[in-house]
Design a protein around this ligand. Structure first.
Ligand code: GLN
Length: 466
């Protein structure tokens, strides 16, 4: 961490004074752990400048926390010793519309001497973004957020005391149906308003397939910004829900056997500001560089699942014919392919991009964007290619036909994807031993924790973690 210059400190003081004048009493400094939990330390307004200069203490042991707050250990991290400093990114300080008196800032983690913490996920995402820029590659990313909203049971009622009580949805009506929008119009308006005043550009909002399920997407940006944004979106939806007596679940599987919550990643590539999805000489407009990058991502998908689908509950969601993209293939506008190429109208500058469908919101989004960049850059360096695109739902083809077409199912368990991550030399190199080892330790612990449990139990236990 470079120490703050006198000029920066003066700016920090001005910012703190401005926030104070706006009524902000606390700023939540968040970072996301390897189990996908957003952890926080908050500082009052008058400590914000000090936090920007010296950071705020937090133990490195959180790198090996699991999603149920148990602690495991990795070759490099574990035990009660040591301290790290959380440094808020003051460029992203945002007063929170649904939490009056609060602001939010994403944090980077450094050691006490000011050296970057090797397992800091946000700095990993930034390093990979810079690596892409060194290759002259611009990358824009954006996440979709899906959630299921339920009513919070009245205190003192039998439902409040019963963790197995059926979920109480505040809206009825068909998937994608206007009925749900009419019933929850105040709630949905408040979500759009809160996100918008917080500076997020809402692209669209709609009811999704499952009961009580909605989706919101925000504009793409720099990969680190995309990861910050999805954290802010999620916590904003959670806060607006609470103000309406509702509770939001972003868990991959809210009810076992039903359609789950994804957190799809959209990405587009450019060189010197020129889209690599609009090459007039190339099939589907995909310039050779974009083909190699996306080929690298597709090849790495089994290992990437250990980052983007990090819970045993993730694998309950990953079912064929559920629009979750469970086959390692790509297709043009194919919602059953793990990698969906979106071509759009030829004159639409935002039209050309790609979507990775398997990922969910239990994932640490910084790990996801960093690892996707690493895989794509590896593909670029080694001249990866994309196989033939797939049209139609591979899930309805017989095993033999899929085999004939070379369509492979992505890992179906966390142990399988963790094994692939363990063996992935490019991801190990990009993440570094400390981060790679900590992620694997958490994955192994999560898999062991749920070994032998039934689908319903896994869904019920993890439902309110994300
Ligand atoms: N609109 C969609 O693509 C639905 C996605 C689906 N809910 C998922 O789990 O990924």
């Amino acid at each position: 961490m470079e120490s703050r210059s006198a000029q920066q400190s003066a700016q920090d003081r001005q910012l703190a004074a401005r926030l104070d004048a706006e009524g902000v009493r606390n700023t939540a400094l968040t970072w996301v752990d390897n189990a996908g939990i957003t952890r926080v330390k908050a500082v009052p307004a008058h400590r914000l400048e000090q936090a920007a200069r010296r950071g705020v203490g937090m133990s490195p042991v959180f790198d090996v926390f699991t999603s149920d707050d148990a602690i495991t250990e990795s070759p490099h991290i574990g035990g009660p010793d040591g301290d790290l400093r959380l440094f808020p990114d003051l460029d992203r300080v945002t007063p929170l519309a649904a939490q009056p008196g609060w602001a939010w800032a994403p944090a980077d983690r450094y050691d006490q001497l000011g050296a970057p913490h090797p397992a800091c996920q946000r700095q990993f995402a930034r390093r990979m973004t810079e690596r892409a820029a060194e290759h002259g590659l611009g990358v824009r990313m954006g996440f979709e957020t899906e959630w299921v909203v339920t009513r919070v049971p009245e205190p003192g009622t039998p439902a409040a005391a019963d963790p197995d009580a059926p979920l109480d949805f505040p809206c009825a009506g068909p998937a994608y149906g206007m009925t749900r929008v009419v019933e929850l119009s105040d709630y949905l308006r408040d979500i759009t308003e809160a996100l918008t005043v917080q500076g997020l550009d809402v692209l669209q909002l709609h009811p999704e397939y499952a009961a009580g399920q909605f989706e919101v997407s925000t504009a793409a940006g720099d990969p680190v910004r995309a990861a910050d944004d999805v954290v802010l979106v999620r916590e904003t939806v959670r806060a607006v829900s609470a103000r309406h007596g509702l509770r939001a679940s972003f868990a991959p599987t809210v009810v076992a056997g039903l359609v789950g919550n994804g957190c799809h990643l959209h990405l587009s590539l450019d060189r010197d500001g020129r889209s690599l999805h609009r090459d007039p000489a190339a099939a589907h407009g995909l310039a050779p560089e974009a083909t190699a990058f996306l080929g690298g991502v597709l090849e790495a998908l089994p290992a990437l699942l250990a980052l983007g689908c990090p819970s045993p509950a993730s694998y309950l969601r990953l079912q064929p014919s559920h629009w979750a993209g469970v086959f390692q293939c790509w297709g043009v506008e194919n919602r059953e392919a793990a990698l969906r190429l979106i071509t759009g109208a030829p004159d639409d500058p935002d039209g050309g991009h790609a979507e990775l469908k398997p990922f969910d919101a239990a994932a640490n989004p910084y790990l996801v964007v960093g690892a996707v960049l690493a895989a794509g850059l590896h593909g670029l360096a080694f001249g990866s290619v994309l196989p033939e695109p797939v049209s139609g739902d591979p899930g309805v083809l017989g095993v033999r036909e899929r085999g004939r077409r070379g369509i492979v199912r992505l890992p179906t368990t966390l142990t399988d994807s963790a094994d692939r991550l363990e063996k992935s030399a490019p991801l190990r190199e990009a993440m570094g031993e400390v981060l790679h080892g900590a992620v694997l330790a958490v994955r192994r612990a999560e898999a062991a924790r749920f070994a032998g449990e039934g689908d319903e139990e896994i869904a019920a236990e993890t439902r309110w973690r994300w």
